[in-house]
Design a protein around this ligand. Structure first.
Ligand SMILES: [Zn+2]
Ligand SMILES: [Zn+2]
Length: 360
């Protein structure tokens, strides 16, 4: 596989990238362009593979039936931007020299590093175990990152871009505010470098996490056996996180924050195993009187700017730096933990028939 990627990489580099760099007088960036091209090809292959595996599942075993897939289009754009933007990798590579310097400074002063080898020297002889340990540590960090995205009002407004998709499909995974995506890239790169993850491992880890998250968002009737659902976050588990009335409104502002492992939700009391399908989205998107029909934007730019606008309003004092459960405009209609499906006359699995779907 690696040989195949390298072959495409050198062919594309010689036929397209190099002549372009030459024309633009940017030949000094040829090495960076060559390396970046490798990851762009990996991204394209990843999107292709994910599409080939998950799109048929959504077509043949859909959980929600939509009249049109128009609402998912913007998420496709997010996916391409995320994969081609190489944010995760850029920050990892950028921060690496900083961490190398930090590591030698710590060693010089006799301060032990945070790498697992410092606590358990023998683990280096068990690469698989070490890798699994990295996964667990990063996933633990991911759980808390996600929980705080829901907890802090301003941060929630960024994360709301992700949650405002009401026709959730496997493409939804990458639908994030650009600022949040950057913050995430810095956060995870920092932890990964801090515990000694190598660039190759990091890329593999990100690709694998990404694929599983695509699966978690897929609009597909896929029930994991109990043992598997307890081992890794299932589509039903994550769908409940997106469910109006449950995912970000219930006790402690929601449930099922886990990224790959549901263990942290089990440990910290935020796991909800009820997998009855519920409408997904944010309550204030619902038409009145259930919500206030808030518009989170339908295109990339409108969604990005709408989030900044909501943040500006919070900062102006409308909602303050509130520990907030989301932007529930009409408190009177809030009923955490209660199904809105029957109120919408929308048993999931049938076609949506409320006014808001007219535009789709
Ligand atoms: Zn969330
Ligand atoms: Zn999600």
């Amino acid at each position: 596989m690696d040989g195949f990627i390298t072959l495409i990489q050198s062919q594309l580099f010689e036929s397209i990238v190099l002549p372009t760099l030459y024309r633009l007088d940017l030949m000094s960036f040829d090495e960076e362009a060559f390396d970046g091209l490798y990851w762009i090809i990996v991204g394209v292959l990843q999107i292709g593979l994910t599409y080939a595996l998950l799109r048929p599942l959504e077509a043949f075993f859909p959980l929600e039936r939509w009249a049109t897939r128009r609402a998912t289009r913007v998420d496709i754009l997010y996916t391409w931007l995320a994969k081609m933007g190489l944010l995760n990798l850029v920050f990892f590579v950028m921060l690496q020299p900083v961490f190398d310097r930090l590591k030698s400074a710590l060693t010089m002063h006799g301060i032990p590093s945070l790498e697992p080898e410092a606590f358990w020297p023998d683990i280096a002889a068990h690469p698989l175990l070490l890798f699994l340990l990295y996964v667990v540590v990063l996933d633990f960090a991911g759980y808390w990152y996600h929980r705080w995205e829901h907890r802090l009002g301003i941060w929630w407004e960024l994360h709301a871009v992700h949650h405002s998709q009401r026709d959730m499909s496997f493409w939804t995974e990458d639908r994030n505010h650009v600022l949040d995506a950057m913050l995430q890239a810095v956060f995870f790169s920092t932890i990964a470098l801090g515990i000694g993850v190598s660039p190759g491992q990091y890329v593999f880890l990100m690709a694998w996490t990404n694929f599983l998250q695509n699966l978690q968002h897929a609009n597909v009737r896929l029930v994991f056996p109990r043992w598997l659902a307890a081992l890794t976050v299932s589509p039903a588990f994550h769908r409940r996180h997106h469910a109006i009335g449950y995912g970000h409104e219930g006790r402690q502002n929601g449930c099922n924050f886990g990224v790959l492992l549901p263990w942290w939700d089990m440990l910290f009391g935020t796991a909800a195993w009820d997998d009855a399908p519920e409408p997904t989205g944010i309550r204030d998107q619902l038409p009145t009187p259930l919500g206030c029909g808030r518009d989170y934007g339908s295109g990339f730019w409108s969604q990005q700017f709408a989030a900044l606008d909501r943040i500006a309003r919070r900062l102006k004092g409308a909602r303050g730096w509130a520990y907030g459960r989301a932007s529930l405009a009409d408190e009177a209609h809030r009923a955490p933990g209660r199904s809105v499906a029957h109120l919408l006359n929308q048993p999931v699995g049938t076609q949506r028939n409320e006014g808001a779907s007219d535009a789709r």
